[in-house]
Ligand binder design. Structure first.
Ligand SMILES: *[C@@H]1O[C@H](CO)[C@@H](O)[C@H](O)[C@H]1NC(C)=O
Ligand SMILES: *[C@@H]1O[C@H](CO)[C@@H](O)[C@H](O)[C@H]1NC(C)=O
Ligand SMILES: *[C@@H]1O[C@H](CO)[C@@H](O)[C@H](O)[C@H]1NC(C)=O
Ligand SMILES: *[C@@H]1O[C@H](CO)[C@@H](O)[C@H](O)[C@H]1NC(C)=O
Ligand SMILES: *[C@@H]1O[C@H](CO)[C@@H](O)[C@H](O)[C@H]1NC(C)=O
Ligand SMILES: *[C@@H]1O[C@H](CO)[C@@H](O)[C@H](O)[C@H]1NC(C)=O
Ligand SMILES: *[C@@H]1O[C@H](CO)[C@@H](O)[C@H](O)[C@H]1NC(C)=O
Ligand SMILES: *[C@@H]1O[C@H](CO)[C@@H](O)[C@H](O)[C@H]1NC(C)=O
Length: 800
């Protein structure tokens, strides 16, 4: 009680400080017939009775205004968050423009020259009022309570709680972060009653959500309810008549929320963090930015880059058409004329890439040579995708009319081949993809995801100390201590239920029974002990009991749901969790062949399996680092954490735990950057990067280092941890010296390889693997490749 009083007090003090908008002056509560709002008068703003929303003229650019509704309280950047805009495509002049409620009941927006840019086209003889309601709805209603018009019926790019999206309405994204004009993405109910996202570009339209290759039913949607209505409630629960349903990650009463179709084509639910004033994403439709169509236009390639979001580049042999607008794509730097002879063409290979749609044919069981021939023979073919079909065990070929929706990702097991003339071109596509040359054209979105609260609160505290006196600081400290003691935010309470993550919450008793009283221990690590168990549905699971972590349940669940969303064939799958008081458990798929460590010790792995493990592990880590919703560092790569499935495919385990466990460390003192929450040394002796020891900034390169050590161990069979034999540094130095001195490479390699595979390996591949591993264990983190580059090196050479 006392704390909420103090919080209220602070909110009150804050809101009376100068930066917090114009709300204090003589603003209006309604507009009646015959009166108008002027763009020149800053007090001509309608405020909702609860002071949450404001409506008036909002500056969209230089001397360009829009009639808008926004959240009264500015965000931490000092800008306001718009929720509605009357004239998004026709801004009005900053002088003489007005919004007038005419005597006949029509509401009109006039520009400086008196031209009408927007109107409600309403009419009424009785008296009429324009009001802004507490829910952000701007309404025009008569004195006898007849609703003539409401802004909720014509959304722009935002839905507010309890604002329905119907068969008559749609959301249209903005053109860019700063340009509020109608953009290229739409959310709407399609003719088959399914709620969809579509890219509606200058040359093409294509639906990208739900996934176009799934039928709606397979995505949990229903076509049979023709009501066509969708809305979300004040708790953050969204429900659509096509059965789409989700909850905000911070489900529950409390935070302000808004559902926005962002300019990058993703549909996101945002929640307001009161303490920082930031909007954080609490749900989003697409977790892979490059799967959103239209991102990079014709002949463009999209790739996701950690920290930058989406990056576009052109296919080899192409150049950007409009350097400021990637949606217009790339044009060829050559002239392709169909009647040239076949020898005048060649193909450039783009590994791990796809270009969605526009297949001329789907040709099953086609070799690369046959696929090339088919594409050469067809004038329409601009290139093709060649992909290994897991189910048939042969390659399939998809020649394409055009190359759109290009997408590059280390996790894609397919290659794209682009048809180009024989003439010399810059064929060094891997360099081209590096994107550094296009850095100034990066499309990106500043996203703020749920993070720990402490840092924001600290900044808040510091700021506050300057603004108010000692007394205030003391009271705030009390609040902070209280929050910290509880380890959770007060209004999260017990109402926090993670959903939409596809995994299950177990009770402690269920898991205790499944693990037969936690008797069958199969592993033991930094995070806790792992037991084998059998779930009620007969699946065999690995159940991990986390070491006592005194973090709050809400935070634990938030982190677990993040881990649960990571989904890659080289990451261990998480099936569920349990959080009951001090019992925190995670339930994973069980790996029949144990860990890499077990297998190296028992000397069972042949060379092909080892190389497959090297590539698979790199794929899993590349995905962790660069492809998922949040940037996740593993921080504890070692052979014990690389598990092998029945086909000896590696799966990285224990990711995300570094974050979970760090919570008990009593908060972090460092600040800034992605890595602010890493204050304590983590990892395992033998595999730790020098940054930990020298207290340098922790980046994804610590995982690269550990990966390098594991690769050296896999090649040499010598463990960097077994005391006496080989320590980490000595192992690295030993390999480096052996490989860089003396005789021919082959004989030098032979001296270091594990005797078990001696003479039974592919020499060029082995040379690559050793060279890559040595690069990974460079002392200087900037000299190490990224995990994606590691993968490129291993795979590039694998296929050549
Ligand atoms: C805030 O608005 C100003 C002008 O309206 C703009 O220049 C600035 O980039 C905005 N800041 C953010 C963080 O969006
Ligand atoms: C905003 O985007 C629209 C549509 O592409 C364009 O016509 C307009 O010029 C842009 N406005 C600014 C200020 O860039
Ligand atoms: C159709 O959807 C609406 C809104 O979700 C719901 O109220 C109605 O019961 C549904 N109708 C059927 C037949 O399921
Ligand atoms: C392609 O052809 C056009 C006209 O036929 C010519 O102007 C242009 O220079 C050619 N481009 C190249 C790269 O050969
Ligand atoms: C190829 O087509 C162009 C026009 O499309 C024509 O001018 C040219 O003569 C043709 N060349 C041959 C070898 O058929
Ligand atoms: C096509 O190749 C032939 C022989 O290689 C060459 O003589 C001819 O000039 C080439 N045509 C074009 C348009 O490059
Ligand atoms: C693929 O094609 C080859 C030769 O055409 C044939 O021998 C083989 O059986 C085919 N494989 C499958 C899985 O269809
Ligand atoms: C894989 O091959 C099977 C049979 O050859 C075919 O039915 C299936 O469509 C192929 N899968 C893909 C994803 O192309």
């Amino acid at each position: 009680m006392a704390t909420s009083f103090l919080l209220l007090l602070h909110v009150f003090v804050l809101s009376s400080l100068p930066f917090s908008s114009s709300s204090s002056s003589a603003t209006l509560s309604s507009l009646s017939k015959g009166s108008s709002l002027s763009v020149e008068n800053p007090t001509h703003v309608l405020i909702s009775p609860n002071n949450l929303f404001s409506s008036g003229f909002y500056p969209l650019g230089e001397n360009a205004y829009g009639f808008a509704i926004w959240f009264t309280k500015p965000s931490s950047h000092g800008n306001h968050t718009l929720v509605w805009l009357a004239n998004r495509n026709q801004p009005i002049n900053g002088r003489l423009s007005r919004l007038s409620l005419l005597k006949n009941g029509n509401l009109i927006l006039t520009d400086a020259d008196q031209s009408i840019l927007w109107a409600t086209n309403t009419a009424s003889l009785s008296s009429v009022q324009l009001l802004l309601l507490d829910n952000g709805n701007l309404i025009l209603r008569t004195s006898d309570n007849v609703l003539l018009w409401q802004s909720f019926d014509s959304p722009t790019n935002t839905l507010l709680p309890q604002q329905p999206l119907t068969r008559h309405t749609q959301l249209v994204s903005s053109r860019s972060r700063t340009n509020y004009s109608s953009g290229l993405y739409k959310l709407f109910f399609d003719d088959d009653n399914v709620l969809r996202l579509v890219f509606d570009g200058p040359e093409t339209s294509s639906i990208y959500w739900p996934d176009p290759w799934l039928s709606a039913e397979n995505d949990g949607r229903s076509r049979y309810n023709d009501t066509r209505i969708a809305e979300f409630d004040l708790l953050g629960h969204f429900l659509s008549s096509d059965k789409l349903e989700f909850r905000a990650a911070d489900y529950g009463a409390g935070p302000q929320r808004r559902l926005v179709l962002d300019f990058d084509g993703n549909l996101r639910l945002y929640s307001l963090k009161e303490e920082t004033g930031d909007w954080v994403v609490s749900w989003q439709a697409k977790s892979k930015a490059c799967r959103i169509h239209g991102a990079c236009g014709l002949n463009g390639m999209c790739r996701y880059s950690a920290g930058f979001g989406r990056e576009c580049s052109c296919l080899p042999g192409f150049r950007i058409r409009y350097p400021t607008d990637w949606s217009r794509g790339c044009e060829p730097e050559f002239n392709l004329s169909c009647n040239q002879s076949e020898e005048n063409f060649t193909f450039l290979k783009v590994p791990n890439a796809d270009s969605y749609g526009y297949d001329i044919q789907i040709l099953l069981n086609y070799t690369l040579r046959r696929c090339m021939k088919t594409c050469l023979d067809s004038c329409d073919c601009k290139g093709f995708r060649h992909r290994f079909n897991q189910s048939s065990g042969v390659y399939d070929c998809n020649p394409k009319w055009v190359l759109r929706n290009g997408h590059w990702s280390p996790s894609l097991a397919e290659d794209l081949f682009v048809k180009v003339p024989q003439t010399p071109l810059n064929k060094d596509f891997l360099n081209k993809l590096d994107c550094s040359g296009t850095a100034n054209m990066v499309q990106q979105l500043d996203r703020v995801y749920e993070r720990r609260h402490e840092n924001g609160l600290l900044t808040f505290l510091v700021w506050f100390a300057a603004a108010v006196g000692c007394f205030e600081v003391i009271t705030i400290c009390l609040v902070w201590c209280f929050l910290n003691r509880n380890g959770t935010h007060p209004d999260m309470g017990g109402g926090y239920i993670p959903v939409a993550t596809g995994f299950k919450r177990f009770t402690y008793n269920e898991l205790k029974e499944a693990a037969r009283g936690f008797r069958d221990e199969v592993g033991r690590g930094g995070g806790g002990v792992v037991y084998k168990g059998e779930l009620p549905d007969c699946r065999v699971a690995a159940i991990k009991r986390l070491r006592e972590a005194n973090q709050g349940e809400a935070e634990f669940l938030a982190e677990v749901s993040t881990i649960g969303r990571l989904n890659h064939m080289n990451l261990i799958e998480i099936w569920g969790y349990c959080a009951e008081g001090k019992h925190k458990l995670l339930v994973y798929e069980y790996m029949a062949n144990g860990s890499l460590s077990d297998n190296l010790n028992s000397k069972t792995l042949d060379w092909d399996t080892r190389f497959q493990i090297a590539v698979g592990t790199a794929k899993g880590l590349a995905y962790l680092h660069e492809e998922c919703l949040e940037w996740v560092l593993h921080c504890d790569i070692k052979p014990q954490n690389i598990l092998l499935d029945s086909n000896y495919q590696p799966k990285v385990a224990d990711f995300g735990l570094s974050k979970l466990l760090n919570r008990s460390g009593g908060g972090s003192s460092s600040s800034g950057g992605n890595d602010s929450s890493f204050s304590k040394i983590r990892g395992t002796r033998g595999y730790m990067a020098p940054e930990w020891i020298f207290n340098l900034p922790i980046t994804s390169k610590v995982d690269v280092y550990s990966y390098g050590v594991v690769m050296l161990e896999m090649v040499t069979g010598k463990s960097p941890t077994s005391a006496g034999e080989m320590e980490q540094r000595r192992l690295i130095q030993w390999v480096r010296e052996k490989v860089s001195t003396g005789a021919a490479m082959e004989s030098r390699i032979e001296e270091i390889v594990d005797p078990v595979i001696s003479g039974k390996y592919d020499v060029p591949k082995m040379q690559i693997l050793v060279a890559v591993a040595l690069k990974c264990v460079e002392e200087d983190k900037d000299a190490r490749p990224s995990m994606t580059q590691v993968l490129e090196m291993l795979q590039y050479h694998e296929s050549n």
